[in-house]
Design a protein around this ligand. Structure first.
Ligand code: FES
Length: 128
């Protein structure tokens, strides 16, 4: 039995939106203390719309596939919608992850949340 879905393998082998963004409007970085994997998300935001998103992930296949899929899911979406992205939605979009790999998709949810928080706090500072 295959451990990973075809979609996971596809996003792992051909990650979408891999890289970083210069002058990003929001940057999020999270890590999982247990496995040591790290995920970084860069956002470009224009008029509350995520116009570009890139990621750098140092981690397992599921973490890379989750970040790739998560970036695809929030690209072109309003910030408010991206904030609601759950790790479950990411895993579902990948046609599932093995139970012991669900935490890898949690990293994607957290990294996006962290990047949006960064964006919002920068915006607040600019307006004060
Ligand atoms: Fe830790 Fe996948 S094993 S993120």
């Amino acid at each position: 039995m295959a451990l990973y879905s075809e979609k996971v393998m596809d996003h792992f082998k051909n990650p979408r939106n891999l890289g970083s963004i210069e002058n990003a409007d929001g940057i999020g970085e999270v890590g999982n203390a247990k496995c040591g994997d790290i995920m970084k998300i860069y956002l470009k935001i224009d008029n509350e719309i995520i116009t570009d998103v890139k990621f750098e992930t140092f981690g397992c296949a599921s973490a890379i596939a989750s970040s790739s899929m998560a970036t695809e899911l929030i690209k072109g979406k309003p910030v408010s919608e991206a904030l609601e992205l759950t790790n479950k939605a990411v895993a579902e979009a990948l046609d599932g992850l093995p139970p012991h790999k669900m935490h890898c998709s949690v990293l994607a949810e957290e990294a996006i949340n962290d990047a949006i928080k960064d964006y919002l706090s920068k915006k607040e500072k600019a307006n004060s």
